[in-house]
Design a protein around this ligand. Structure first.
Ligand SMILES: O=C(O)c1ccccc1NCC(=O)[C@H](O)[C@H](O)COP(=O)(O)O
Length: 261
C-alpha cells in the first residue's frame, strides 16, 4: 500500500465517524447558509508571485514540525505578511490538523482559505464549505476521471475553487482535459514522499497559460522560490519553511521579493 493509499484509508475511517455524528443533509444545509466563498484567482493574478501559507503541525515525511497552539494567530501573521491565501491541513491522523483549525483560521482572516485534505467523498466538500473554506484540494492521483470531474463540478456549484494537484505529465493532461483553472504541481511524490524541486519545472511548460500554476512542497528558502518563479510559478504553497521560521510574516515578504529579482 502506498503512503497515499494508507493516508486515504485513515481519512475514510474518520469520515465514517463524522458522518455518523452529522448527516449529509445537515451539512448541505450548513454549507448553504455559510457566507459566500471568496474567489482566490484575482489575488493569485495580482502579484508576480502569490504565496499560499500553510498551517502544518506535522507530516508523514518529516514528523513533528511545529507546536501551533493558536492557528488563528499564525494565520493572521501570514495574512499581515502578504499571503494571498491560507492553507489549513484538516487531516488528523498524519498531520494533526482539525476542522476546528479551519474554523479558527476562517474567523481570523479575510483572505481565501484552502481546506487541505484528501477529498474522496462528496460529504467532505459540503463540510469544507460549511466550515468556511474557499478552496479545496483535489489530488489527481487519488481520483479517477469520473470522480475528478464530478468533484470539480461540485466544488464550483458550492462557489469554491479547486486546486488540482498533479505530479506527472499524464496527471497534468487529465487536469487540463477536465478544465482545471488552478493546477498545482507537487514536488513531493505522494507515493514515496521523496521531494524533487525539479518536478515543477519539468511540468510547468505543459500547463503553459492554460491554468494558474502553483508550485507545491519542498520550497525551503528564497533560492528555491527564485527557481520555481523563474520556471513559471504564479503561486507557491509553503508549509514547513514558514511554520519553522521564527518570523513567518517577514519570510513571506522575502519570498515575494525573491521572485522579482
Ligand atoms: O508533507 C508531507 O509529508 C505529505 C505527505 C503525504 C501527502 C501530503 C503531504 N503534504 C501535503 C502538502 O502538500 C504540503 O503540506 C504542502 O505542499 C507544503 O509542503 P512543504 O512546504 O514541503 O511543507
Amino acid at each position: 500500500m502506498s503512503v497515499l493509499d494508507d493516508i486515504i484509508a485513515g481519512v475514510r475511517l474518520d469520515l465514517d465517524r463524522r458522518t455518523a455524528i452529522r448527516g449529509l443533509d445537515q451539512l448541505i444545509e450548513a454549507a448553504a447558509s455559510a457566507p459566500l466563498a471568496l474567489d482566490p484567482m484575482p489575488r493569485f493574478r495580482a502579484v508576480e508571485l502569490a504565496v499560499i501559507s500553510e498551517v502544518k503541525r506535522r507530516s508523514p515525511s518529516k514528523g513533528h514540525l511545529a507546536d501551533i497552539a493558536d492557528p488563528a494567530e499564525l494565520a493572521s501573521a501570514y495574512a499581515t505578511g502578504g499571503a494571498a491565501a491560507i492553507s489549513v491541513l484538516t487531516e488528523e491522523r498524519r498531520f494533526s490538523g482539525t476542522l476546528e483549525d479551519l474554523d479558527a483560521v476562517r474567523a481570523a482572516v479575510d483572505v481565501p482559505v484552502l481546506r487541505k485534505d484528501f477529498m474522496v467523498e462528496e460529504y467532505q466538500f459540503y463540510e469544507a464549505r460549511a466550515h468556511g473554506a474557499d478552496i479545496v484540494l483535489l489530488i489527481v492521483a487519488a481520483l479517477d476521471d469520473a470522480k475528478l470531474g464530478r468533484f470539480l463540478e461540485l466544488t464550483s456549484d458550492l462557489g469554491m475553487t479547486a486546486l488540482v494537484e498533479t505530479h506527472t505529465a499524464p496527471e497534468v493532461d487529465r487536469a487540463l482535459g477536465l478544465g482545471a483553472q488552478l493546477i498545482g504541481v507537487n514536488n513531493r511524490n505522494l507515493k514515496t514522499l521523496e521531494v524533487d524541486l525539479g518536478t515543477f519545472g519539468a511540468l510547468a511548460e505543459r500547463i503553459g497559460d492554460r491554468a494558474v500554476k502553483v508550485a507545491e512542497s519542498g520550497i525551503l528558502g528564497t533560492a528555491d522560490v527564485a527557481r520555481v518563479a523563474a520556471e513559471g510559478a504564479d503561486v507557491i504553497l509553503v508549509g514547513e519553511a514558514l511554520v519553522k521560521h521564527g518570523d513567518p510574516r517577514s519570510a513571506i515578504g522575502d519570498f515575494m521579493s525573491a521572485a522579482e529579482r
